[in-house]
Design a protein around this ligand. Structure first.
Ligand SMILES: Cc1ncc(COP(=O)(O)O)c(C=O)c1O
Length: 456
């Protein structure tokens, strides 16, 4: 039998990868040249090393983007289903955000003082997400880090519990994994001298008994989770799992942080509002200010009261939280405009309809080719996974990650004018995505499968 991966012969994957790599090099001479030039002062020619994670022989340099379209420096146009890996989930440069940029540009960008937008933003966040108290950070990583620090300060407990396969930004205590039942540092982690296994607990998603056993020890300050794992393919919660998580947290005095940075794709109030969750902390970043760097984190009145007590106990000094540019005037303006004018019910109706169309189209391609793959979706976020059944947890999800196969598909799509997220096979639809964009992507995925299966 010829060796294969997820229903595709490894020879076909190698051949496709080689052909598409050559095609990419041909199509992108200017990107190649800029990459070479940039190498003089940037390792690998990029200002942030993740930009080399696209599986391309050199990074694609971008000229501009608008709505659901992006143009590279060689003049190639793309229908963009990556949308900055969620940062531009509401489209590139939505009109209300462009207006903010133009107006605020002449009024100063950062003062380290609040602006008149603050009370209105508080009302908007409370009404939308249901939590009464809020803070603003520059990134979701920061928001998670600050909330976790507060959770420890409030409870006096040392541990943070995460689910295997999680990602919450570059937050130290979440860089752990479960291997053979033991907590280990996440493979590849650099420069970590603290032993994270002493301060983190890890259990599998959808394993309520394991969670309950871990929380029963009484030393976990906070459980941090996405409502569905979206950073290791996609793992949806089993019926009743999140209710069970909430109940176990309540019973053991453990705080619960729901990170909706990706699952804000669910709807205007995120998964939390749609499914009536009641977390102690709530975080959403990336797209919340329409692409201007910003994140918000909310908490209950009880948490706010406990913060006061913890603060009084700690006495004067530096809290270890906050950054200078957090909640700057530009971010606040953009946040308000995005909440008021961009993240509307109508925008979500369209995004969800486009994503459902895309998921349905890809399912038909999978069925038509009898591939052992499936599609999972959380609202405007849909993912095709090169494994036969939806995984129940991070360990199962990891078995459906196939680097070369994904790279071959991504390159095939890029070379024909489509971007999907470079990490696994995630797609996002934005308010500017059209049915024609969706159908064109489905047709291109069908062609990619045809190419990969040819001669198999
Ligand atoms: C669920 C989740 N939380 C937090 C983050 C961190 O976001 P940022 O890199 O903008 O800090 C990410 C990034 O992918 C994420 O997926």
């Amino acid at each position: 039998m010829t060796p294969s991966v997820a229903g595709i012969g490894t020879r076909q994957i190698e051949a496709c990868l080689a052909a598409e790599t050559a095609r990419f090099i041909d199509r992108n001479p200017r990107s190649r040249q800029l990459g070479q030039e940039a190498k003089a002062h940037f390792p690998d020619g990029v200002p942030m090393h993740w930009m080399t994670d696209w599986g391309t022989p050199f990074p694609l340099f971008v000229a501009r983007a608008s709505g659901a379209r992006l143009t590279d420096v060689d003049g190639n146009d793309y229908r963009d289903f990556c949308l900055g890996d969620t940062g531009s989930m509401f489209g590139h440069s939505p009109a209300p955000i462009m207006e903010v940029l133009a107006k605020q540009g002449g009024h100063g960008l950062t003062y380290m003082l609040p602006t008149e937008d603050v009370p209105a933003i508080g009302r908007l966040l409370a009404a939308r997400f249901g939590l009464p108290q809020w803070q603003v950070a520059a990134t979701a990583t920061d928001a998670n880090r600050f909330a976790l620090r507060w959770a420890r300060a409030i409870t006096g407990r040392p541990r943070i519990l995460v689910f295997n396969g999680c990602y919450h930004g570059t937050v130290d205590e979440t860089f752990v994994r479960l291997r053979d039942g033991k907590v280990i540092h996440r493979p590849g982690l650099l420069g970590q001298v603290a032993d994270l296994t002493q301060t983190a607990a890890v259990v599998e998603f959808n394993d309520l008994p394991a969670l309950e056993a871990a929380l029963a020890q009484g030393d976990v300050a906070c459980v941090i989770t996405e409502p569905a794992l979206t950073n290791i393919g996609m793992v949806l919660p089993a019926d009743g799992f999140l209710d069970g998580v909430q109940a176990a947290c309540k019973r053991t005095g453990t705080l619960l942080l729901i990170d909706e940075t990706h699952t804000i794709s669910t709807g205007p109030g995120g998964w939390t509002r749609k499914h009536d969750l009641s977390p102690d902390f709530f975080v959403v970043g990336k797209a919340i200010a329409g692409g201007v760097p910003c994140a918000v984190w909310g908490f209950t009145d009880e948490v706010a009261a406990a913060m006061k007590v913890a603060r009084a106990k700690a006495g004067p000094g530096h809290s270890g939280m906050g950054t200078t540019l957090s909640a700057n005037a530009l971010a606040l303006r953009a946040l308000r405009a995005n909440l008021e004018q961009v993240m509307t019910d109508a925008a979500y109706d369209h995004m969800l309809a486009m994503s459902a169309r895309l998921a349905g189209g890809i399912r038909a391609v999978i069925a038509g080719n009898s591939l052992p793959w499936h599609v999972s979706a959380v609202g405007a976020r849909a993912e095709f996974v090169c494994g036969p059944v939806p995984p129940r947890n991070g360990a199962e999800a990891a078995t459906s990650m196939h680097g070369d196969l994904e790279a071959a598909i991504h390159l095939y799509l890029m070379n024909r004018g489509f971007l999907i997220a470079p990490f696994h096979n995630m797609t996002l639809t934005c308010p500017a995505t059209t049915a024609e964009d969706v159908d064109a992507l489905v047709a291109c995925i069908a062609a990619a499968c045809g190419a990969l299966l040819a001669g198999a």
